[in-house]
Design a protein around this ligand. Structure first.
Ligand code: GAP
Length: 444
């Protein structure tokens, strides 16, 4: 799969995403709501492919990893005990006039507001968790938080899973879901938003094996990004310095992607030790020790946590796959193409009747229905065949199938057009399903 090494401009991706029904700006018809984004028909397919493949490779292909889906709303004590109420914050100065808030590195003059030049308060800690209220009264007793990570929903269900599934160490608990952070500086499209989705897995191990499992998950997760088609040249591992480590972590490595603005985190793999289980054990009425039958001992397992972002993975896929290629034709056209791995492409096969002629439509519809049972298909008969190929290139459809007059009048064969090479082959329609499957199997 040859690719140019273009570093796409983020604006080209934002514009393609809107034009092609992948991602739209949030609340558009009301003038928008800063840094919110809505996934369109093709974007939700792409995002679902990321989530389903993660679920398959983490939960379904590992008999010792259990899936779950916890509530977004939790007892506020969860966040007190986990340390988020005190530690999950950024130091900011606030303007006394317009209440804009700033990090010190954003300010030119630490005493003056950038917007209205009003006086600023000294730096204070602002919690990044979104506050909300349960029930009709906005009083302290009813105040809760939207979860800033999915991980705590796993820790507080540790005993439920042990008691119901009887797992033996090492074992994992995984979930995918929305998290919310009142980020001070959101931006860069879907890279940093206040509402986003995470894919997190807590892998519980006996305390003397944490170092080897940590390395195992760092490598396994790094390879996962290659397996969804992201080129290794755009991926790297970065170890956190002692100063940078979160309050719960003994060691952390980030998997980073080379975004147009520089390297940025896709996923962090952390050794959280027994911090979470022991603090929840202390702070709650639950007994979160694990009984090891072989050792005949009760103890808190250590936790290795690979924590990934769905939206950041979607963005990395779009950026890595985007290419602009000169077509070397009379008009000097350039085609935009998303060279996505077929397992990530929103559509796998597009069925394109050459025209809306009555002879071609029934054959095309029959083929569409047959292929739809096995592949993600779309049917497109609008505009010229050239324009339709361009449209499918822009959304990353690896194969297009064209039905023409020869198909119905002569040979019952169709033209299969390949996204990456633009080569075309004539394939008997009876062999089409097998042919498509063979083509998809060629992608590693
Ligand atoms: N439980 C650990 C945890 O939440 P994190 O590094 O804060 O760790 C994990 O978050 C992943 O979630 C990040 O690597 C990133 O992909 C994603 N993420 C975090 N904050 C985000 C934000 N504001 N917008 C989009 N994705 C975010």
């Amino acid at each position: 799969m040859g690719r140019n090494i273009v570093t796409p401009n983020i604006d080209s991706i934002v514009s393609l995403a809107k034009r092609r029904g992948i991602i739209f700006p949030g609340s558009d018809i009301y003038g928008g709501l800063g840094n919110t984004w809505d996934y369109g028909p093709l974007g939700v397919e792409l995002k679902n492919n990321v989530k389903q493949y993660w679920w398959k490779s983490m939960v379904q292909q590992n008999s010792n990893i259990y899936g779950m889906d916890s509530s977004i709303l939790m007892n506020p004590k969860v966040w007190e005990v986990s340390g988020h109420t005190n530690n999950f914050s950024d130091p900011l100065s606030e303007c006394k006039v317009c209440h804009s808030r700033y990090r010190s590195d954003e300010l030119i003059d630490p005493t003056k507001c950038l917007k209205c030049e009003g006086p600023l308060t000294p730096e204070r800690q602002f919690n990044l968790m979104f506050k909300t209220f349960v029930g009709p009264l906005e009083d302290e007793a009813a105040q809760i938080w939207l979860r800033p990570e999915t991980a705590q929903g796993i820790f507080i269900n540790f005993k439920n899973i042990v008691n119901s599934m009887h797992p033996k160490l090492p074992f994992g608990i995984a979930q995918i879901g929305k998290s919310f952070r009142n980020e001070i500086t959101p931006g860069n499209f879907i890279y940093k938003t206040r509402e986003f989705e995470q894919m997190e897995m807590e892998f519980f191990v006996s305390p003397d094996t944490d170092a080897e499992w940590y390395e195992y998950w760092v490598n396994t997760r790094f390879n996962w990004y290659s397996s969804i088609g992201i080129r290794e040249q755009n991926l790297r591992l970065r170890e956190h310095s002692q100063k940078e480590l979160a309050h719960y972590a003994k060691a952390t490595k980030d998997i980073e992607f080379l975004f147009p603005w520089g390297w940025g985190e896709l996923e962090g793999i952390a050794n959280r030790t027994d911090f979470d289980l022991s603090t929840h054990d202390n702070g709650s009425e639950g007994d979160l020790k694990y009984f090891d039958q072989i050792r005949q001992d009760h103890y808190f397992p250590y936790v290795i946590e690979p924590a990934a972002g769905v939206d950041r993975t979607v963005l990395a896929l779009l950026l890595d796959a985007y290419d602009e290629e000169p077509l070397n034709n009379e008009k000097n056209e350039v085609r935009s193409v998303l060279k996505l791995h077929p397992k990530m492409s929103p559509i796998t096969v597009a069925i394109l009747p050459l025209s809306r002629n009555d002879l071609l439509v029934p054959k095309s519809k029959t083929l569409f229905e047959r292929l739809q049972n096995q592949f993600k298909c779309s049917y497109d008969d609008a505009q010229s065949i050239g324009k339709r190929y361009r449209r499918q290139d822009e959304i990353g459809t690896p194969l297009c199938v064209t039905i023409d007059f020869e198909t119905v009048n002569t040979d019952d064969a169709v033209t299969v057009r390949h996204r990456d090479t633009m080569e075309q082959e004539r394939i008997p329609s009876d062999n089409l399903v097998q042919y498509i499957q063979d083509q998809l199997d060629l992608y590693v």
